[in-house]
Design a protein around this ligand. Structure first.
Ligand SMILES: Cc1cc2nc3c(=O)[nH]c(=O)nc-3n(C[C@H](O)[C@H](O)[C@H](O)COP(=O)(O)OP(=O)(O)OC[C@H]3O[C@@H](n4cnc5c(N)ncnc54)[C@H](O)[C@@H]3O)c2cc1C
Length: 384
């Protein structure tokens, strides 16, 4: 077993040990806090952060200022197999803080990321708006310079950890009109800032999420991450580092669904026989396994390319597209294999089916991944 395999297997065991406790929490914020507390206590959060800012590393594979995507993927695949909420709280600490490592003031990044590693602060990544989803150039939240720093006005939506986060790394417009890619900047916005309001809503699986509304929110000069005009590159840089790990989590969800199918089909009898003796269902199992194995290979390849600093947009897009679509398909099959139990609240496959769906949407939808792959193909094709 490689170091990464060990990491994945330890992560899975850890998350499985938390599944029942997370499920018993009174609400999704409670579940999120139980998951985060566990991750912090057992020193898992460092795998979502760069080594230079209190994170962990596997044998110096990436520069100390970067998060190792291979390690991130190993941990997420394991955590997602064990418990979706533990995986979610793990990755958000990295996703919500990585812009600081890319371009934040060094002292601020050191101070905050130490706390994210310890789980004493919660991070969130806030780029999406009502009219700026797949196309982030449409961001209209305004950041106007003041004596002290900047004053922010606007609204973000679909923000994971809205309401429980202590800080948002947030994309706002410092110049130009929506559609202009060069007029954006990223900021660290403390949740405690006056004028910041959160409106929560629910999505189909337990997930702390909502709108973040900014009513003349004042931030300091040191809260500007990078420079004015670099915002879109920074936001896309964060996504480029973390997107492969969405694919890894999808593989983890799919593998757990296959495991549940195998156990159910072996134990359940109908027509006097075990369901696993029916050839049609055996074909399903073989196909689920083969597609997941292919997805896992795409994920490993993409993660290795990103860590090697190769131009890996197409590799990452293939992994995200195929793994998330495959995992959705596998979880749907697993629900079907369970019959009525498959849709009964509290069954593992019912939860997986709901949890896995959003992975085809966030951090770049499946359609956006197809556009990236097609662009790569067309750029390579010198005949057109
Ligand atoms: C559970 C969840 C958590 C999230 N967490 C966060 C978060 O923490 N922070 C954050 O900033 N955002 C977050 N998001 C937002 C997420 O990143 C967006 O939902 C996503 O980028 C898609 O944007 P949209 O919802 O506006 O859809 P749209 O961009 O409006 O797309 C709608 C549909 O049109 C398709 N489409 C769009 N453009 C094209 C095109 N050019 N060609 C073909 N098809 C196209 C899309 O693929 C999609 O199917 C989260 C979303 C969800 C569901």
């Amino acid at each position: 077993m490689s170091e990464l395999d060990d990491l994945q297997s330890d992560a899975e065991q850890a998350a499985r040990s938390m599944q029942a406790k997370v499920a018993c929490a009174a609400d999704e914020d409670g579940a999120a806090r139980v998951a985060l507390g566990f991750l912090a206590k057992n020193d898992w959060l460092g795998w979502a952060l760069p080594e230079a800012y209190g994170g962990h590393a596997v044998g110096g594979r990436v520069a100390a200022e970067k998060v190792s995507v291979e390690a991130l993927c190993a941990v997420r695949r394991g955590l997602a197999r064990g418990c979706g909420m533990v995986d979610l709280m793990f990755v958000e600490q990295g996703l919500g803080s990585y812009a600081l490592a890319l371009g934040g003031a060094k002292d601020l990044a050191q101070e905050l990321m130490g706390e994210y590693a310890a789980g004493t602060r919660i991070a969130a990544f806030a780029v999406t708006e009502k009219d700026a989803g797949s196309d982030l150039a449409g961001v209209s939240t305004q950041a106007v310079r003041t004596d002290r720093g900047y004053c922010l006005t606007g609204a973000k939506t679909f923000i994971t950890n809205a309401g429980i986060a202590h800080d948002y790394t947030l994309l706002a417009r410092v110049a130009g009109e929506p559609g202009d890619r060069s007029g954006l900047a990223m900021f660290r916005v403390p949740a405690s800032a006056r004028g910041l309001e959160v409106k929560r809503f629910e999505v189909m699986a337990s997930h702390p999420i909502g709108e973040v509304i900014l009513n003349d929110v004042q931030v300091d000069q040191r809260d500007l991450i990078g420079e004015e005009g670099q915002g879109l590159d920074l936001a896309l840089g964060v996504l480029a580092r973390f997107r492969t790990s969405v694919a890894a989590a999808a593989v983890g969800f799919g593998e757990r669904a296959l495991e549940e199918s195998l156990a159910h089909l072996k134990s359940r009898k109908q027509f006097g026989r075990s369901l696993s003796s029916f050839q049609g269902l055996r074909f399903d199992l073989a196909e689920m396994d083969t597609r997941l194995a292919a997805a896992a290979l795409l994920v490993s390849h993409a993660a290795a390319c990103v860590d090697a600093e190769e131009d890996s947009k197409a590799e990452v897009a293939r992994a995200k597209l195929f793994a998330t679509e495959t995992a959705s398909w596998v979880c749907d099959k697993a629900v079907q294999h369970h019959g009525g139990l498959g849709v009964r609240r509290g069954t593992v496959v019912e939860l997986l089916f709901r949890e896995v769906r959003a992975l085809r949407i966030y951090e770049g939808t499946s359609e956006i991944q197809k556009l990236i792959i097609a662009k790569h193909l067309l750029n390579q094709d010198t005949s057109s």
